[in-house]
Design a protein around this ligand. Sequence first.
Ligand code: AMP
Length: 358
Amino acid sequence: MSLAPGSTIGIIGGGQLGRMLAMAAARLGYGTIVLEPQADCPAAQVANRQIVAAYDDPAALADLAAACAVVTYEFENVPVAAAEMLAATVPVYPPARALDAAQDRLTEKSFLNGIGIPTAEFCPVDNDEQLTEALKKFDGSGVLKTRRMGYDGKGQRVFRNMETGGFAGVCEAMGNVPLILESLVAFEREISVIAARGLDGAVAAYDPAENVHREGILRTSTLPAGIGLQTASAAKEAAAKILTALDYVGVIGVEFFVLADGSLLVNELAPRVHNSGHWTEAACVVSQFEQHIRAVAGLPLGSPLRHFDCVMENLIGDDMLKVPALLKELELVLHLYGKAESRPGRKMGHFTRLVRPK
Ligand code: AMP
């Protein structure tokens, strides 16, 4: 059953992703209510209403469930208990199971390997002794990450050809939380696939984007990625397999490492619209945001067909100073998030530069 025009969609999280979801929902004739503790957040500026409360506030969740025909979210750290509480009275998409799989890097990698999708090798690490043992296993190199709540490279430490000892205090410095050591992958490039699954089980995948990160933050996504057709198909197939295994509804972002021989390892899943898919609003028939709204509203998925080659670039902190010059470029789509204050590392907007065939 699809949502009737005029129905209301709940969005947990009020950042730029929620904002772009609310805008896409409005274009399809739906209203939105955003649940977000920070008042006047980017999403609330374009939504019909904001509930200003914590994501796990029971009264706020009850209010959201009563006012909405379906609830979705813009970030993966929505408390699973909150999603389950909502799901008792209103459909919640993507399903709470996807949150569960994506919130903990150990669960995520075990799930992926369980359905035959390779990842970097990994070892759970809870103390310095386990770190010493795990680093020995990976020849002294690896990436130590917090299992939960890591994003944009936060909560990570890289070890390269280290001696296999002398790690006293490392786990404490990481906050004494459960950790995971991943083998250090010598990847040739990083790509991501944005894909969607509809309520009817149909799957649509966009072309893989090639992503460049600096200081753990995505800087650019380039289309097409510098990969062969076989690698591109394999990435799309892996995303489809993940969506089906999770009985997923909505858009997912799947990040991959591409190795020298063109083979793929999944780095991580984002059970939501994703920064590396922002180019779809400028270069595709249907953007990732509309695709997500279509999926959660039970509408048929749109085409992920891409009209243009393009490069999406994030505007981070002082990059906002470039805006006047960017506005003079004719084949450039600018999107700003309505954040009043620019701070170092803060995502303020993005732009997509279209690249016409010569
Ligand atoms: P993540 O937060 O897991 O997406 O990691 C942020 C960035 O760190 C990735 O986009 C990679 O550039 C790098 N990175 C993460 N894990 C690994 C790994 N196991 N081996 C090599 N580089 C990694």
